[in-house]
Design a protein around this ligand. Structure first.
Ligand code: AMP
Ligand code: FES
Ligand code: ZN
Length: 316
Protein backbone atom coordinates (compact mmCIF):
# COMPACT_ATOMS: atom_id res chain seq x y z
CA UNK A 1 0.00 0.00 0.00
CA UNK A 2 1.29 3.49 -0.89
CA UNK A 3 1.38 6.44 1.51
CA UNK A 4 -1.87 8.40 1.21
CA UNK A 5 -0.08 11.73 1.49
CA UNK A 6 3.01 11.58 -0.75
CA UNK A 7 1.71 8.67 -2.87
CA UNK A 8 5.32 7.60 -3.53
CA UNK A 9 6.72 5.72 -0.54
CA UNK A 10 5.32 2.49 0.90
CA UNK A 11 2.98 3.09 3.84
CA UNK A 12 4.50 2.20 7.24
CA UNK A 13 1.55 3.09 9.50
CA UNK A 14 -2.07 2.16 8.84
CA UNK A 15 -4.62 4.44 10.53
CA UNK A 16 -8.16 3.14 9.95
CA UNK A 17 -9.67 5.80 12.24
CA UNK A 18 -8.41 8.47 9.81
CA UNK A 19 -9.01 6.34 6.68
CA UNK A 20 -5.31 6.80 5.98
CA UNK A 21 -1.94 5.08 5.79
CA UNK A 22 1.36 6.97 5.85
CA UNK A 23 5.04 6.43 5.14
CA UNK A 24 7.33 7.22 8.08
CA UNK A 25 8.09 10.85 7.12
CA UNK A 26 4.48 11.68 6.32
CA UNK A 27 3.35 10.00 9.56
CA UNK A 28 5.74 12.23 11.53
CA UNK A 29 4.20 15.29 9.85
CA UNK A 30 0.66 13.99 10.43
CA UNK A 31 1.30 13.19 14.10
CA UNK A 32 2.92 16.52 14.87
CA UNK A 33 0.08 18.33 13.13
CA UNK A 34 -2.46 16.43 15.24
CA UNK A 35 -0.67 17.53 18.39
CA UNK A 36 -0.18 21.16 17.33
CA UNK A 37 -3.82 21.37 16.18
CA UNK A 38 -4.90 19.98 19.56
CA UNK A 39 -2.81 22.67 21.27
CA UNK A 40 -4.08 25.46 19.00
CA UNK A 41 -7.78 24.54 19.08
CA UNK A 42 -7.99 24.53 22.89
CA UNK A 43 -5.28 27.19 23.41
CA UNK A 44 -3.30 24.87 25.65
CA UNK A 45 0.09 26.54 25.19
CA UNK A 46 1.51 29.89 24.14
CA UNK A 47 4.95 30.34 22.52
CA UNK A 48 6.27 32.13 25.63
CA UNK A 49 5.26 29.36 28.04
CA UNK A 50 7.81 27.57 30.23
CA UNK A 51 6.54 23.99 30.17
CA UNK A 52 7.17 21.40 32.88
CA UNK A 53 6.71 18.07 31.07
CA UNK A 54 5.95 15.23 33.49
CA UNK A 55 7.75 12.16 32.16
CA UNK A 56 7.10 8.67 33.51
CA UNK A 57 9.46 6.79 31.17
CA UNK A 58 6.47 5.50 29.17
CA UNK A 59 5.86 6.23 25.51
CA UNK A 60 3.25 8.97 25.86
CA UNK A 61 5.15 11.38 28.04
CA UNK A 62 8.50 10.89 26.26
CA UNK A 63 6.81 11.40 22.89
CA UNK A 64 5.11 14.50 24.27
CA UNK A 65 8.44 15.93 25.43
CA UNK A 66 9.99 15.10 22.05
CA UNK A 67 7.24 16.85 20.07
CA UNK A 68 7.18 19.92 22.32
CA UNK A 69 10.96 20.33 22.03
CA UNK A 70 10.80 19.87 18.25
CA UNK A 71 8.04 22.48 18.12
CA UNK A 72 10.36 24.94 19.87
CA UNK A 73 8.73 25.15 23.31
CA UNK A 74 10.92 25.87 26.31
CA UNK A 75 10.64 22.67 28.36
CA UNK A 76 12.11 20.79 31.29
CA UNK A 77 11.26 17.21 32.28
CA UNK A 78 10.10 16.08 35.73
CA UNK A 79 10.41 12.45 36.82
CA UNK A 80 8.92 11.24 40.09
CA UNK A 81 10.61 8.13 41.44
CA UNK A 82 7.71 6.31 43.10
CA UNK A 83 9.97 3.80 44.87
CA UNK A 84 8.40 0.73 43.19
CA UNK A 85 10.89 -2.14 43.20
CA UNK A 86 12.55 -2.57 39.80
CA UNK A 87 9.87 -0.75 37.82
CA UNK A 88 10.85 2.70 39.10
CA UNK A 89 14.56 2.13 38.37
CA UNK A 90 13.84 0.92 34.85
CA UNK A 91 11.53 3.88 34.18
CA UNK A 92 14.07 6.34 35.51
CA UNK A 93 16.78 4.86 33.29
CA UNK A 94 14.63 5.47 30.21
CA UNK A 95 13.91 9.05 31.24
CA UNK A 96 17.59 9.79 31.90
CA UNK A 97 18.71 8.15 28.65
CA UNK A 98 16.16 10.07 26.59
CA UNK A 99 16.93 13.36 28.34
CA UNK A 100 20.68 12.91 27.81
CA UNK A 101 20.10 12.22 24.10
CA UNK A 102 18.44 15.66 23.89
CA UNK A 103 21.05 17.44 26.04
CA UNK A 104 18.67 17.74 29.02
CA UNK A 105 18.88 16.89 32.71
CA UNK A 106 15.46 16.06 34.15
CA UNK A 107 14.30 17.21 37.57
CA UNK A 108 13.96 14.08 39.75
CA UNK A 109 11.82 13.85 42.88
CA UNK A 110 12.63 10.74 44.93
CA UNK A 111 9.65 9.75 47.06
CA UNK A 112 11.80 7.54 49.30
CA UNK A 113 13.79 10.66 50.22
CA UNK A 114 10.53 12.57 50.72
CA UNK A 115 9.51 9.87 53.22
CA UNK A 116 6.57 8.60 51.17
CA UNK A 117 7.58 5.78 48.79
CA UNK A 118 4.29 4.53 47.32
CA UNK A 119 4.29 0.78 48.16
CA UNK A 120 5.32 1.26 51.79
CA UNK A 121 3.02 4.26 52.26
CA UNK A 122 0.10 2.23 50.85
CA UNK A 123 0.81 -0.64 53.25
CA UNK A 124 1.02 1.75 56.21
CA UNK A 125 -2.33 3.41 55.61
CA UNK A 126 -4.01 0.35 54.03
CA UNK A 127 -4.97 2.19 50.86
CA UNK A 128 -4.73 1.34 47.17
CA UNK A 129 -1.31 2.28 45.78
CA UNK A 130 -2.94 4.11 42.86
CA UNK A 131 -4.99 6.52 44.95
CA UNK A 132 -1.98 7.55 47.07
CA UNK A 133 0.13 7.74 43.94
CA UNK A 134 -2.36 10.10 42.21
CA UNK A 135 -2.42 12.52 45.15
CA UNK A 136 1.36 12.51 45.56
CA UNK A 137 2.07 12.96 41.83
CA UNK A 138 -0.40 15.83 41.46
CA UNK A 139 1.14 17.50 44.50
CA UNK A 140 4.70 17.35 43.16
CA UNK A 141 3.71 18.30 39.60
CA UNK A 142 2.30 21.52 41.02
CA UNK A 143 4.97 22.14 43.66
CA UNK A 144 7.90 21.69 41.27
CA UNK A 145 6.16 23.87 38.67
CA UNK A 146 5.38 26.64 41.14
CA UNK A 147 8.88 26.60 42.71
CA UNK A 148 10.57 26.51 39.31
CA UNK A 149 8.45 29.37 37.88
CA UNK A 150 7.00 27.18 35.16
CA UNK A 151 3.87 28.63 33.56
CA UNK A 152 2.29 25.28 32.74
CA UNK A 153 2.43 21.54 33.57
CA UNK A 154 2.02 19.09 30.67
CA UNK A 155 1.17 15.39 30.97
CA UNK A 156 1.11 12.64 28.35
CA UNK A 157 -2.56 11.59 28.61
CA UNK A 158 -3.72 10.51 25.16
CA UNK A 159 -7.10 10.01 23.48
CA UNK A 160 -7.41 6.46 24.82
CA UNK A 161 -6.79 7.67 28.39
CA UNK A 162 -9.25 10.53 28.11
CA UNK A 163 -12.04 8.52 26.48
CA UNK A 164 -11.62 5.69 29.02
CA UNK A 165 -11.96 8.25 31.78
CA UNK A 166 -14.97 9.80 30.05
CA UNK A 167 -16.68 6.42 29.67
CA UNK A 168 -16.07 5.63 33.36
CA UNK A 169 -17.43 9.02 34.43
CA UNK A 170 -20.50 8.58 32.24
CA UNK A 171 -21.23 5.02 33.35
CA UNK A 172 -21.23 6.15 36.96
CA UNK A 173 -22.79 9.55 36.22
CA UNK A 174 -19.95 11.33 37.98
CA UNK A 175 -21.28 14.77 37.13
CA UNK A 176 -18.64 16.67 39.11
CA UNK A 177 -15.84 14.76 37.43
CA UNK A 178 -17.45 15.20 34.03
CA UNK A 179 -17.67 18.94 34.57
CA UNK A 180 -13.95 19.10 35.30
CA UNK A 181 -12.67 16.70 32.64
CA UNK A 182 -10.85 18.78 30.06
CA UNK A 183 -7.37 18.88 28.44
CA UNK A 184 -6.93 22.34 30.00
CA UNK A 185 -7.27 23.12 33.69
CA UNK A 186 -6.48 26.79 34.24
CA UNK A 187 -4.15 28.02 36.98
CA UNK A 188 -5.38 30.00 39.95
CA UNK A 189 -4.07 33.05 41.82
CA UNK A 190 -3.68 30.85 44.89
CA UNK A 191 -0.83 28.87 43.33
CA UNK A 192 -2.36 26.14 41.17
CA UNK A 193 -0.34 26.01 37.96
CA UNK A 194 -2.22 25.52 34.64
CA UNK A 195 -2.34 21.87 33.52
CA UNK A 196 -2.59 20.66 29.94
CA UNK A 197 -2.83 17.37 28.02
CA UNK A 198 -1.51 18.19 24.55
CA UNK A 199 -1.85 14.58 23.28
CA UNK A 200 -5.65 14.52 23.70
CA UNK A 201 -6.22 14.10 19.92
CA UNK A 202 -3.80 11.20 19.33
CA UNK A 203 -4.42 7.58 20.18
CA UNK A 204 -2.18 5.21 22.10
CA UNK A 205 -1.38 3.28 18.91
CA UNK A 206 -0.36 6.47 17.11
CA UNK A 207 1.82 7.58 20.01
CA UNK A 208 3.47 4.16 20.23
CA UNK A 209 4.14 4.21 16.46
CA UNK A 210 5.65 7.70 16.69
CA UNK A 211 7.89 6.70 19.60
CA UNK A 212 9.00 3.50 17.89
CA UNK A 213 9.71 5.09 14.50
CA UNK A 214 11.54 7.98 16.15
CA UNK A 215 13.75 5.49 18.03
CA UNK A 216 12.63 6.66 21.46
CA UNK A 217 13.37 3.94 24.01
CA UNK A 218 10.56 3.75 26.57
CA UNK A 219 9.34 1.32 29.26
CA UNK A 220 6.74 -1.00 27.82
CA UNK A 221 5.71 -2.67 31.09
CA UNK A 222 2.69 -1.32 32.99
CA UNK A 223 3.09 -0.25 36.59
CA UNK A 224 2.80 -3.49 38.62
CA UNK A 225 0.44 -1.74 41.05
CA UNK A 226 -2.14 -0.88 38.38
CA UNK A 227 -2.84 -4.38 37.06
CA UNK A 228 -6.51 -4.43 37.97
CA UNK A 229 -7.21 -0.76 37.30
CA UNK A 230 -10.75 -0.27 36.08
CA UNK A 231 -9.54 2.17 33.43
CA UNK A 232 -8.07 -0.83 31.60
CA UNK A 233 -11.55 -2.36 31.36
CA UNK A 234 -12.94 0.82 29.79
CA UNK A 235 -9.95 0.98 27.44
CA UNK A 236 -10.55 -2.58 26.32
CA UNK A 237 -14.24 -1.93 25.70
CA UNK A 238 -13.46 1.18 23.66
CA UNK A 239 -10.79 -0.69 21.67
CA UNK A 240 -13.34 -3.30 20.66
CA UNK A 241 -15.77 -0.60 19.56
CA UNK A 242 -12.98 1.25 17.71
CA UNK A 243 -11.97 -1.94 15.87
CA UNK A 244 -15.50 -2.41 14.59
CA UNK A 245 -16.19 1.29 14.00
CA UNK A 246 -12.92 3.16 13.38
CA UNK A 247 -13.04 6.81 14.40
CA UNK A 248 -15.58 6.35 17.21
CA UNK A 249 -13.16 7.41 19.96
CA UNK A 250 -12.38 10.83 18.55
CA UNK A 251 -16.04 11.51 17.70
CA UNK A 252 -16.98 10.54 21.29
CA UNK A 253 -14.38 12.86 22.81
CA UNK A 254 -14.86 15.82 20.47
CA UNK A 255 -18.61 15.63 21.08
CA UNK A 256 -17.93 15.77 24.80
CA UNK A 257 -15.64 18.80 24.44
CA UNK A 258 -18.21 20.68 22.35
CA UNK A 259 -18.88 23.92 24.27
CA UNK A 260 -22.63 23.43 23.83
CA UNK A 261 -22.50 20.10 25.72
CA UNK A 262 -24.41 20.77 28.97
CA UNK A 263 -22.53 17.99 30.82
CA UNK A 264 -19.27 19.84 30.55
CA UNK A 265 -18.39 23.09 32.25
CA UNK A 266 -14.91 22.99 30.74
CA UNK A 267 -11.80 24.82 31.82
CA UNK A 268 -13.80 27.27 33.97
CA UNK A 269 -14.65 24.50 36.45
CA UNK A 270 -11.18 24.46 37.96
CA UNK A 271 -12.11 23.85 41.59
CA UNK A 272 -12.10 20.23 42.73
CA UNK A 273 -15.45 18.55 43.27
CA UNK A 274 -15.14 18.56 47.06
CA UNK A 275 -14.04 22.20 47.24
CA UNK A 276 -15.89 24.24 49.84
CA UNK A 277 -15.20 27.93 50.48
CA UNK A 278 -12.18 29.77 49.19
CA UNK A 279 -8.75 28.26 48.58
CA UNK A 280 -5.94 29.05 51.03
CA UNK A 281 -2.37 28.01 51.76
CA UNK A 282 -1.76 24.65 53.47
CA UNK A 283 -0.78 25.29 57.10
CA UNK A 284 2.04 22.74 56.80
CA UNK A 285 3.57 23.30 53.35
CA UNK A 286 1.92 26.35 51.81
CA UNK A 287 0.39 24.53 48.83
CA UNK A 288 -3.06 25.66 47.68
CA UNK A 289 -5.88 23.77 49.43
CA UNK A 290 -9.49 24.15 50.55
CA UNK A 291 -8.82 22.57 53.95
CA UNK A 292 -6.53 23.41 56.88
CA UNK A 293 -3.76 21.26 55.38
CA UNK A 294 -3.45 19.90 51.83
CA UNK A 295 -4.29 16.30 50.93
CA UNK A 296 -0.59 15.46 50.49
CA UNK A 297 0.32 16.69 53.98
CA UNK A 298 -2.68 14.85 55.46
CA UNK A 299 -1.57 11.67 53.72
CA UNK A 300 2.00 12.11 54.92
CA UNK A 301 0.77 12.62 58.47
CA UNK A 302 -1.29 9.41 58.29
CA UNK A 303 1.76 7.50 57.05
CA UNK A 304 3.92 9.01 59.81
CA UNK A 305 1.39 8.04 62.49
CA UNK A 306 0.99 4.50 61.11
CA UNK A 307 4.77 4.08 61.06
CA UNK A 308 5.21 5.25 64.64
CA UNK A 309 2.41 2.91 65.83
CA UNK A 310 4.18 0.00 64.15
CA UNK A 311 7.49 0.98 65.64
CA UNK A 312 6.04 1.39 69.16
CA UNK A 313 6.74 -1.58 71.49
CA UNK A 314 3.61 -3.68 72.16
CA UNK A 315 2.48 -3.13 75.78
CA UNK A 316 1.28 -6.17 77.74
P1 AMP B 1 -0.63 7.63 34.32
O1 AMP B 1 -1.44 8.28 35.37
O2 AMP B 1 0.40 6.67 34.82
O3 AMP B 1 -1.44 7.12 33.18
O4 AMP B 1 0.26 8.79 33.68
C1 AMP B 1 -0.32 9.91 33.08
C2 AMP B 1 0.73 10.96 32.87
O5 AMP B 1 1.23 11.41 34.12
C3 AMP B 1 1.96 10.48 32.10
O6 AMP B 1 1.77 10.57 30.72
C4 AMP B 1 3.01 11.45 32.58
O7 AMP B 1 2.91 12.68 31.91
C5 AMP B 1 2.61 11.67 34.04
N1 AMP B 1 3.33 10.75 34.94
C6 AMP B 1 2.95 9.50 35.33
N2 AMP B 1 3.85 8.96 36.17
C7 AMP B 1 4.84 9.86 36.32
C8 AMP B 1 6.07 9.88 37.05
N3 AMP B 1 6.45 8.86 37.80
N4 AMP B 1 6.85 10.98 36.97
C9 AMP B 1 6.45 12.04 36.22
N5 AMP B 1 5.33 12.07 35.50
C10 AMP B 1 4.52 11.00 35.54
FE1 FES C 1 0.96 5.02 40.53
FE2 FES C 1 1.46 2.68 39.68
S1 FES C 1 0.76 3.19 41.63
S2 FES C 1 1.75 4.51 38.64
ZN1 ZN D 1 0.56 20.72 52.45
Amino acid sequence: MKCKRCRRAEAAVDLPSHHAAFCTDCFFLFFRRQVTEGIRKLRLLAPEDRVLVCVSGGKDSLVLWDVLMDEGYETEGLYIDLGIDGYSDRSKEKVLAYATSRGKTPIVVDLAKEGIPIPEAARCVRMQECSICGTVKRYFFNRVAAEGKFTVVATGHNLDDETARLLGNLLHWQRDHLARQHPLLPGTDEGLVRKVKPLWRVSEVETAAYGFLKGIDYVTEECPMSEDATSLVYKEALSRIEDRMPGTRIVFYKGFLDPSNPLRKGPEAAAPADAVGTPRACAACGAPTYAETCSYCRMKERVRKARSLRAAPVSR
